[in-house]
Design a protein around this ligand. Structure first.
Ligand code: ATP
Length: 896
């Protein structure tokens, strides 16, 4: 029976589910409930059945031509041809369906890897667990950015605003409250409930899990949600358009062949078969499957380098990125904060301690007195106005929560404070959580001194409310804001994150941001170091070499930002820094100009990131932007590549992103760009390799019919060539490793056509060489008095061996193939060996001879086949060398 949880009071709900609001469920109880109810996981829509995938492979215009050709061959009683055509369609559809299924499940598995976590109270402790482990009766703690993990009856609510669009279709965010509503209230009106799958945009709340998995409201409609990703990118979509155009060209040429042949007096039967040959030859059947495989391999490679792709087009867009806008904390730095300096009562102190050990010492700097009465309140503020948790495990300290806040707890321990006892003695009455927009946090605590408001945050935000400051005797005196700012700037210029602390006596719950008063007493500063990530500097340098500008956008102080930026090479040596406030004063035109020049933006509010992305895009930049909070979501969506943090990021940010970093590391973005460029390269390599064959097969049939000579290759043989070479040779290109120079090239212009003029030129050249080579050997064998079958076998071999040699040319679009490492892709050699063996069987084994109408050829003919293939490959090699020479001349003449 489903209870009407929304219509009864929180206490009744808690009692009904045997919950405990103070401590949460015990672990035994959780195990019992989990066994009874099962994990909190929605079973997604069952994957498409194989037959559906198979049939969808047949719904391709070019496959229609093949099927039509098969039917035509049947009508003409060409049984072998017809069966082979159908067989090819069948193999192709099976390979396509299998590959698509594999790609889908691989990508879906990656998406699951970024699993959602939920804050929960259990056994008296606040934990973060995987949402799948929740049971009815659990007490869940929601905060801004969370995806609600189960259906919750809200017990305590602070400013909670939830986006329920995915459930109710209502696009306006809904404010929540804990008070029960009428029994017959519609879903949208149940303000005391938070439903699974909806997103917390603002505020915090405590809720009681009342339904999990399929029993949630989302579970009821889950059948409608299809999580399967679409295997499509701009390139594949453009190729689909290209195939439609090709369809008509092929049909027109087939009709022309037929008509010309008839006029020449050939038989209808022969000419229909010639038209069939042309059609099956010109169609690149293997292209869609090869593209899917290449993309799937690329996505897998990226995941191994900590970049999980959420939207497939991102794979391609990555190759065009011109600007990467990155957060500082945790992405460029390690997010391992340690407080090392204090400013208190007007004097400086250094804080010492080894590694993460709690033993430490505070030493006075310069003229600072050893006795300082303001030290204790400063450290106490860091303990009380703090949400981080701390436990001891095997004598080691284990922290959870925000690293900035761990640092403050550790600083207090090192200063000799008993954190647990102090927290127990100062009960928290109310709080205003840290919010990047306001840049401070406040709590209201009781204590021996009475009720006090404790505040910590960005210096300018805190100081704006202070009139007095505690001096070294612990007495409030008038504040010297100039001196404090100077001291903070000096600390920040060394790359430190500086936090300011204050208190105010008295106050009552509930706290409101706009009525906190202006009579705070400044307690001092704590300065913490957060070293840059070791790999960041190198990654920034690699981006520069790849023509990508790196921009730092941080909520931190301008001087801190400049310090870190300088250390890892962002912008100039002493980079120009612009603050959020300066940014706000600029109009769109001015912002566009600034966006192109300034590389460090500090004290930026999340909302301003959106303006920056737009300004960069207006300049023609392709922008990758990182983000972790709820307020980053609009910028992440607007960016060409929104990058969310897998560890520190909120669910909202992840859902708005195209890519999630599992290690939150800037270097992984650079790695993803590199992989993205590599994938696109490999897609192009396959296209440039496969199209000449189709071109040549079409042209050969056309020319033979127009010139009134015997067809050098039969339709059947054409199908043989296409299928066997794509599977054994072409697919090996998907495994080509990334070329060493991908990050030395400029980004690919986003609007660039798939095939540049150079590539079209190469396809035409290679295709023409195949036509000439095959015709030449065919006619030569005929002239030598060999049978048509013999000459055709030689021509087929020219095609296959020509493709083999040309495959090597295609291992790099620009460089000579041996420069990419002769054995760096073993699949190429395995494919070539297998193809050569198969072709030998095609020529010499009796069953294949009877199937394909081939006959054995002698050693001299074999030698001619191999030689022709090598000459073709050499000519393409020369064309590539000329291309390189011209490109080099162009860059040097541009440079001079
Ligand atoms: P980014 O990750 O965008 O590079 P950041 O993490 O350094 O930047 P924010 O988290 O937005 O920036 O913090 C901005 C400022 O807010 C900090 O410089 C600091 O002064 C203050 N601040 C950060 N964390 C807290 C906190 N937990 N409590 C109070 N104030 C904080």
């Amino acid at each position: 029976m489903t209870r009407l949880w929304h219509a009864i009071s929180p206490d009744e709900c808690v009692a009904a589910l045997g919950a405990d609001t103070a401590n949460g469920l015990s672990s035994d109880e959780v195990v019992r409930r989990l066994a009874a109810d099962g994990p909190n996981q929605l079973r997604g829509k069952p994957p498409k059945r194989f037959i559906e995938r198979f049939l969808s492979q047949l719904r391709e215009p070019l496959i229609y031509i093949l099927l039509g050709s098969g039917v035509l061959a049947l009508l003409l009683h060409e049984w072998v041809d017809a069966s082979v055509i159908f067989l090819v369609v069948l193999i192709n559809a099976v390979v396509g369906a299998v590959q698509e299924a594999r790609a889908h499940s691989a990508i879906a598995a990656l998406a699951r890897q970024v699993s959602a976590l939920a804050g929960v109270l259990r056994g008296g402790e606040r934990l973060r667990i995987e949402s799948s482990g929740l049971v009815a009766g659990d007490i869940v703690l929601l905060e801004a950015g969370d995806r609600v993990p189960a259906d919750l009856r809200l017990l305590k609510v602070r400013d909670l605003v939830v986006d329920e669009a995915m459930l109710t279709g209502e696009s306006l965010p809904v404010a929540k409250a804990a008070i029960a509503v009428a029994e017959d209230a519609a879903l949208v009106e149940r303000h005391c409930m938070a439903y699974a799958g909806t997103l917390v945009l603002q505020g915090t709340a405590t809720g009681l899990v009342v339904a999990t998995a399929g029993r949630t409201e989302l579970g009821r409609i889950a059948a409608l949600i299809d999580a399967a990703p679409l295997i499509a990118t701009p390139l594949t979509r453009r190729l689909a358009v290209f195939s439609n155009v090709m369809l008509w060209i092929i049909l027109a040429l087939a009709a022309l062949t037929f008509a010309v042949g008839l006029l020449r007096g050939e038989s209808v039967q022969d000419m229909l078969m010639a038209a069939v040959a042309l059609a099956v030859g010109a169609i690149p059947e293997g292209l869609p499957a090869a593209l899917t495989i290449t993309l799937a391999i690329g996505v897998g490679r990226m995941a191994r380098r900590a970049a999980v792709i959420r939207r497939l087009p991102a794979v391609e867009t990555l190759g065009s990125v011109t600007v990467i806008c990155s957060d500082k904390t945790g992405t460029l730095t390690q997010n391992r904060m340690t407080v090392t300096e204090l400013l208190v009562g007007g004097f400086g102190y250094t804080l010492h301690g080894a590694g993460g050990a709690e033993e430490g010492e505070i030493r006075p700097s310069g003229a600072a007195p050893t006795e300082n009465r303001a030290l204790h309140p400063l450290l106490l503020a860091g303990v009380l106005c703090n949400d981080a948790q701390m436990r001891r495990e095997d004598g080691q300290l284990v922290f959870s929560g925000d690293p900035t806040e761990w640092a403050l707890l550790l600083a207090a321990l090192r200063g000799g404070l008993d954190v647990d006892a102090l927290r127990a003695r100062h009960e928290r009455l109310d709080e205003l959580p840290f919010d990047a927009r306001y840049q401070y946090m406040a709590t209201l605590n009781t204590g021996p001194e009475g009720v006090r408001l404790w505040v910590k945050g960005a210096l300018e935000r805190v100081l704006a409310h202070c009139r007095l400051a505690l001096d070294a005797h612990g007495v409030p005196v008038p504040l010297d804001s100039v001196a404090i700012h100077a001291a903070a700037d000096e600390m920040a210029s060394r790359g430190m994150r500086v936090l300011a602390f204050a208190y105010r006596p008295g106050g009552a719950a509930p706290l409101m941001r706009n009525s906190l008063g202006d009579d705070w007493v400044f307690l001092g500063l704590q300065g913490m170091v957060d070293p840059p990530r070791g790999e960041a500097e190198q990654a920034v340098a690699r981006c520069k070499a790849a023509g990508i500008r790196v921009v730092m956008i941080t909520g931190d102080h301008a001087a801190t930002a400049a310090g870190i930026a300088g250390a890892i090479g962002i912008g100039a040596k002493t980079p120009r820094v612009m603050t959020g406030r300066e940014l706000a004063a600029l109009d769109a035109d001015a912002l566009r100009a600034v966006a192109g020049e300034v590389s460090v933006f500090a004290r930026v509010e999340p909302e301003q990131k959106l303006r920056l992305v737009e300004a960069l895009q207006a300049r023609g930049d392709v922008v990758a932007m990182t983000g972790d909070g709820v307020n980053d979501a609009p910028a992440l969506r607007q960016a060409d590549i929104g990058v969310a943090m897998g560890r520190g990021g909120t669910d909202v940010a992840k859902e708005s992103s195209d890519m999630v970093l599992t290690d939150d590391n800037f270097a992984s973005i650079e790695a993803a760009v590199e992989e993205g460029r590599g994938v696109y390269d490999n897609l192009l390599k396959f296209i440039v390799w496969t199209l000449p064959t189709n071109f040549a097969e079409g042209v050969i049939i056309l020319v033979a019919v127009l010139a009134g000579v015997t067809l050098p290759i039969t339709p059947l043989q054409i199908l043989w060539i296409n299928m066997s070479t794509v599977l054994l040779l072409g697919l090996a290109l998907a495994f080509e490793p990334i070329e060493s120079d991908v990050m030395a090239r400029p980004p690919r212009p986003p609007g660039e056509p798939i095939l540049t003029r150079a590539m079209t030129g190469r396809i035409t050249l290679a295709g023409t060489l195949l036509v000439i080579g095959a015709f030449w050997l065919f006619e030569r064998e005929l002239a030598a008095g060999r049978s048509v079958e013999y000459a055709r076998t030689a021509a087929v071999n020219v095609f296959v061996f020509g493709e083999m040699a040309y495959l090597l040319n295609c291992r790099s679009l620009h460089r000579a193939w041996w420069r990419v490492g002769v054995f760096s892709n073993p699949w190429i050699w395995a494919g070539i060996a297998a193809m050569a063996a198969l072709q030998f069987a095609f020529t010499h084994s009796a069953p294949m001879q009877s199937a394909f109408g081939s006959v054995a050829i002698d050693a001299a003919s074999w030698a001619e086949v191999v030689l022709t293939a090598l000459v073709m490959s050499a000519i393409v090699g020369i064309e590539k060398a000329i291309g390189r020479y011209v490109a080099k001349r162009r860059t040097t003449s541009k440079g001079s």
